[in-house]
Design a binder for this molecule. Structure first.
Ligand SMILES: Nc1ncnc2c1ncn2[C@@H]1O[C@H](COP(=O)(O)OP(=O)(O)OP(=O)(O)O)[C@@H](O)[C@H]1O
Ligand SMILES: [Mg+2]
Length: 282
């Protein structure tokens, strides 16, 4: 199987040779594209997971920015920050989201509750309402490849984590008909590194997992591609660097497991607490 990383036909027959072409979307982060054999396969839903402040939103900004620069359309759903905060953050990395909005290549759906009543605000954290507004945005943006970010999906199941799988499956199923390539952010608790709700990782075609740890008194962030269907991706962990004016870059991480794992005593406490909790379930 030969993979070609530019948009051509999905199947080409040349004499006796079958060439399967996987069209890949650059993430906008060079190092990450290299890990992913060129980028994220078109039409995939990729879970971007990790603890607070690890770089999930910034990766999503790169993904949208790269798409619009190369002629795609972008939809950014923000549940954790306001539209203005997203615009300000993008500006710090020289991404001109204001211009993309004006040009009609980007729509930012603000789902931060109760803020305003404009056309692109989500009135409630309801997955049904979310997909309807995303489809409306796609129609408005018109013809072309569409990149979608949902930052974050955790907000939709915060008070009912058991629905995580159901909701993410619903969103994937409905939006798959609309030819989106999707980054879906999901958050992990800082104390236990547990997801708020399980299931997205199984539904997703890929998982980009961010992590954080303290080494020699300094916060380090790192990233590992835990899954990417149809891609022989790197299994290594990379350090995530975030710089003003530049954004996110990756650097190979030379570390030991002990540097990123929780101490054994803490892990044991967590396991014990979980066992106690399970005992309470009738
Ligand atoms: N202009 C900047 N220059 C350098 N570093 C920055 C800049 N802006 C943000 N950062 C770094 O990026 C971090 C935030 O990254 P990001 O918003 O992507 O996190 P996140 O994983 O989305 O977190 P959350 O789950 O809380 O939304 C900040 O804590 C800061 O360390
Ligand atoms: Mg974020």
């Amino acid at each position: 199987m030969i993979k070609i990383c530019f948009p051509v036909f999905s199947h080409i027959v040349m004499g006796e040779v079958f060439i399967t072409v996987i069209v890949r979307f650059s993430t906008g982060v060079k190092g990450l594209d290299e890990i992913l054999e060129g980028g994220i396969p078109k039409g995939f839903l990729v879970a971007v997971t990790g603890e607070p402040g690890t770089g999930k939103t910034i990766l999503c900004l790169h993904f949208i920015n790269e798409g619009i620069k190369t002629g795609d359309k972008g939809i950014y759903v923000t549940t954790e920050e306001s539209r203005e905060s997203i615009l300000n953050q993008a500006k710090q990395f020289n991404m001109d989201f204001d211009k993309y909005l004006e040009e009609g290549n980007l729509i930012i759906i603000d789902a931060l509750m109760g803020r305003r009543e404009d056309e692109w605000s989500l009135k409630s954290l309801d997955p049904e309402e979310l997909v309807q507004l995303v489809i409306k945005a796609k129609k408005k943006l018109g013809y072309g490849n569409a990149r979608l970010v949902i930052d974050s999906m955790s907000a939709f199941w915060l008070d009912k984590p058991a629905t995580a799988r159901k909701y993410s499956y619903f969103v994937k199923k409905v939006l798959s008909k609309w030819n989106f390539t999707i980054l879906m952010v999901s958050q992990y608790a800082i104390t236990t590194s547990d997801a708020f709700g399980f299931g997205l990782e199984h539904i997703a075609d890929g998982i980009i997992r961010f992590r954080r740890f303290i080494r020699e008194g300094k916060l380090k962030r790192c990233l590992i591609v835990e899954k990417m269907r149809q891609t022989p991706h790197s299994l290594n962990m990379y350090e995530v660097l975030i710089e003003e004016g530049k954004g996110l870059t990756l650097k190979p991480l030379k570390g030991r497991k002990e540097d990123i794992a929780l101490p054994k005593s803490v892990t044991n406490k967590i396991i014990k607490a979980k066992e106690e909790k399970e005992k309470e379930i009738p």
